[in-house]
Design a protein around this ligand. Structure first.
Ligand code: OXD
Ligand code: MN
Length: 602
């Protein structure tokens, strides 16, 4: 039964129904009753498996096809009528051509299946920053994940009203999960997303990357706000004041870990606390008081499981203890629980690995695989989909429709040598430049080679729904609007290595020590040293109390903060090459900033 009188929605659903020809259409109201029936159905068909009801109550397990385990950037398109509006970093196709190509693929694709109509809100219901989407899908897995990741069901239509046409139209069919016919297509000018032949999270939970980043970044450009690949966290100081910061790191560089960090003991004893608002996406808009406010448009965490443990991210692990969906991790058949590399040092003996083979986990992980590494029981990009409300450190502002005021924005990546532990940009525009030159080693979150350095401006390379050059100009323009209220911009690098390739900085909770310096800078409480690349801490201003056993001394901090001019000159070559792709579109301001850096490097 349709749950809305909105003719724009009804007409579109009818059109898509006529195209895909499902046997049945089910409107998802979000009720527990309906969701329970869907869970039962998914379990009955083998699409999902219930996990141990005592140890993991309400938790489900799902395995995707081995050819469908990550986002597929080479099959992801931005279809704008003008090619230059997609820019050189996106795959582009003319919208007419793409519709013509995909329409026959969707024709009758849901025959024999049910089409689920999922209304959802990205952002708290009633928030002026929130937006509505409707996803049509033939996958119960998608429905159940969307329930965790968004505010799903009838409540979303309340936000839309009866007249509005401002909703994102998402059409998903897993079709035959054929990698050759896999397309993840954004039509930003039509508020439309078409996804076909995948059943993996980032490709099919259309509210996340497709809407909340690709389409929303385009909307933000047109409407004067920002959609960013950023976590949001609050740092509570001993006096109770909370400062909010956002941080953008490329996929799988530890955003979820930073968002949920537990401060070191010395900080906890003094009364410092960290509160999570979001771990992946921030929507930012200038408030009436002139400050920049952020909401997390999501309602859950779609986190990478491997490496998550009680030490690396206690809060994330706790978040997965109930009502969570696990995808492509391993099953411990002895007690029907889950396991992944890095959870503990005890792979289950009686295991089922992520592709579905029953194995002796201990023996399995002892064998060296084709990649020269021990075989993995869980896929490196296996995931948990966990409700935000499970998180022990979820911010009390999580559902605040106004969002939280942002004091600082942090960029970062995985750089073995170039970037220091932390530096602050000279000003907003220099900060935009710092974001635009971000680079990192690739990880398992996207299909393709692992370990190659790539430019990933603002961690938005796979997610910017328009020309990256226009995006940088939009950042510059936002800075003009924000003026004195603009957050301060920083860059961090937790991943510097020594000559043997070991990480020098302990990371995880100890990153609080860097956040502490950042907050002190925001508050004007600490001096900095001016270098060629920006303002750096005096080594003694990074609090390393309690890190002696990790071998961190002031000298080590000095080393972590050192700027190797030759490395940077080499980097400038890479930046120029990257910038050249944008031709005339490259903002003047970025040219100026690059020239400034070159001059300071000498
Ligand atoms: C993610 C990603 O899944 O960035 O968050 O790949
Ligand atoms: Mn992400």
């Amino acid at each position: 039964m349709p749950m809305t009188n909105n003719q724009n929605v009804l007409k579109w659903v009818e059109e898509m129904q006529a195209l895909t020809k499902p046997d049945k259409v089910v409107w998802i109201d979000g009720s527990e009753e309906q969701l329970n029936a869907l869970r039962d159905e998914a379990v009955a068909t083998g699409e999902m498996q219930r996990l141990n009801p005592e140890k993991l109550p309400g938790c489900l397990y799902h395995r995707t096809k081995p050819n469908d385990v990550a986002r597929v950037e080479d099959r992801t398109f931005i279809c704008t009528s003008k090619k230059e509006n997609a820019g050189p970093t996106n795959n582009w196709c003319d919208p007419k051509e793409m519709y013509a190509k995909l329409t026959p693929m969707y024709d009758g694709v849901m025959k024999g299946r049910t089409m689920y109509v999922i209304p959802y809100s990205m952002g708290p219901i009633g928030s002026p920053l929130a937006k509505v989407g409707v996803e049509l899908t033939d996958s119960i897995y998608v429905v159940l994940n969307m329930d965790i990741m968004t505010r799903m069901g009838a409540q979303a239509f309340k936000n839309l009203g009866d007249e509005s046409n401002d909703f994102v139209r998402g059409l998903h069919s897993k079709a035959n999960v054929d990698p050759e016919g896999r397309y993840i297509v954004q039509f930003p000018e039509d508020n439309t997303i078409w996804s076909i032949n995948s059943a993996y999270g980032g490709n099919v939970l259309l509210g996340k990357k497709c809407f909340a980043l690709r389409i929303a970044s385009y909307q933000g450009w047109k409407e004067g706000w920002m959609a960013e690949h950023m976590l949001i966290l609050g740092i509570e100081k001993p006096d109770g004041d909370i400062k909010y910061v956002t941080a953008a790191f490329p996929s799988a560089c530890g955003k979820t870990n930073l968002a949920m960090l537990i401060p070191p003991e010395g900080y906890r004893n003094k009364g410092y606390k960290v509160w999570t608002v979001g771990d992946d996406i921030a929507w930012l808009k200038q408030g009436e008081d002139g400050k920049l406010y952020a909401i997390n448009p999501e309602n859950g965490f779609f986190g990478v499981a491997p490496g998550t443990n009680a030490k690396s991210n206690f809060n994330a692990l706790e978040s997965t203890k109930k009502n969570t969906i696990f995808t492509n991790v391993a099953i411990n058949n002895d007690d029907n629980t889950v396991w992944w590399e890095g959870l503990d040092k005890n792979p289950p003996v009686n295991a089922t690995e992520w592709k579905g083979a029953k194995v002796n986990g201990k023996e399995y992980t002892a064998v060296i695989g084709a990649d020269g590494k021990p075989q993995k029981l869980a896929h490196p990009n296996s995931r948990f989909t966990a409700p935000a409300e499970n998180c022990p450190c979820i911010s009390k502002e999580f559902n605040n429709p106004q969002g939280v005021p942002i004091s600082a924005m942090i960029f970062g990546g995985r750089r073995a040598k170039t970037a220091p532990l932390v530096y602050q940009s000279f000003d907003w525009n220099h900060g935009v430049f710092v974001g635009s030159i971000m680079a990192s080693e690739t990880t398992a979150a996207a299909a393709g080679a692992v370990g190659v350095v790539r430019r990933d401006p603002m961690a938005m390379l796979p997610f910017c729904g328009y020309n990256m050059a226009d995006y940088w100009q939009h950042w510059v323009d936002m800075g003009v609007k924000l003026g004195e209220n603009a957050p301060k911009i920083f860059n961090v690098n937790w991943f510097r290595t020594d000559d043997e390739g070991h990480f020098i900085w302990p990371g995880f909770g100890d990153n609080m020590r860097v956040l502490d310096w950042i907050i002190q800078r925001v508050e004007g409480k600490v001096d900095a040293v001016e270098t060629a690349i920006g303002y750096e801490p005096k080594p003694e201003d990074i609090n390393i109390e309690g890190l002696e056993s990790d071998g961190i001394t002031v000298d080590v901090v000095k080393e972590l903060l050192s700027v190797d001019v030759d490395c940077w000159k080499e980097d400038v070559k890479g930046i120029k090459e990257f910038y050249a792709k944008f031709g005339d579109k490259l903002p003047e301001e970025m040219k100026k900033q690059l020239a400034g850096l070159e001059e300071r490097l000498g």
